[in-house]
Design a protein around this ligand. Structure first.
Ligand code: ZN
Length: 179
């Protein structure tokens, strides 16, 4: 299985760091976690065919499609003015494989990190379609690790990046076992 990783937002936050909170920037958390995921997947014998962080979602989608990836994983942090917490994983609405992959990753993260389970969610094109889910050929998911502007979640995002990465990698291998 060929996996393409996409840490969300722009490299080093230029021009877009994503959400921020408690001294953390989404772009940095996502990049660190993605790099760790790449290492754990490689160690598990899963081929990582790309890891690209770019402000251009068109560039991200093209790179994934050109790499002939089977699985596409975008990594983000959520934010809601401190009013919400927890983990959610998005997939393309109506994609059974996407829902399975999303569930595998969601279950691993909430089990190992103890974050609130906000469930998996299907993104509908034109309604709440997320560009990278709608335009990638691979089975695609977008992982919202936790809320960067929530004190408890931010603590996890700051100190447990390795655990988040291990959980995502286990989710991918769980998915590989199911399909
Ligand atoms: Zn984001």
């Amino acid at each position: 299985m060929r996996v393409f990783l996409n840490p969300g937002h722009a490299p080093d936050g230029n021009p877009d760091p994503g959400a921020c909170g408690y001294g953390l920037r989404e772009c940095d958390v996502a990049k660190n976690v993605a790099d760790l995921v790449a290492g754990y997947l490689a160690a598990a014998g899963v081929e990582v065919v790309g890891c690209l962080q770019s402000d251009s979602l068109h560039e991200v989608v093209s790179a994934s499609n050109n790499s002939d990836a089977d699985v596409f994983i975008s990594i983000h942090c959520n934010a809601c003015n401190g009013a919400a917490n927890g983990t959610e994983v998005w997939h393309f609405y109506g994609s059974g494989a996407g829902e399975t992959l999303a569930s595998c990753i969601q279950n691993q993260i909430v089990t190992s990190l103890g974050t609130t389970d906000r469930g998996t969610k299907g993104a509908k094109p034109g309604v709440n379609g997320l560009y990278v889910l709608s335009n990638t050929d691979a089975v695609a998911v977008l992982v919202e690790l936790a809320f960067i502007d929530h004190e408890g979640d931010a603590e996890l995002l700051g100190t447990q990046q390795d655990e988040f990465a291990r959980a995502i990698a286990r989710g991918v291998t769980d998915y590989e076992g199911e399909c």
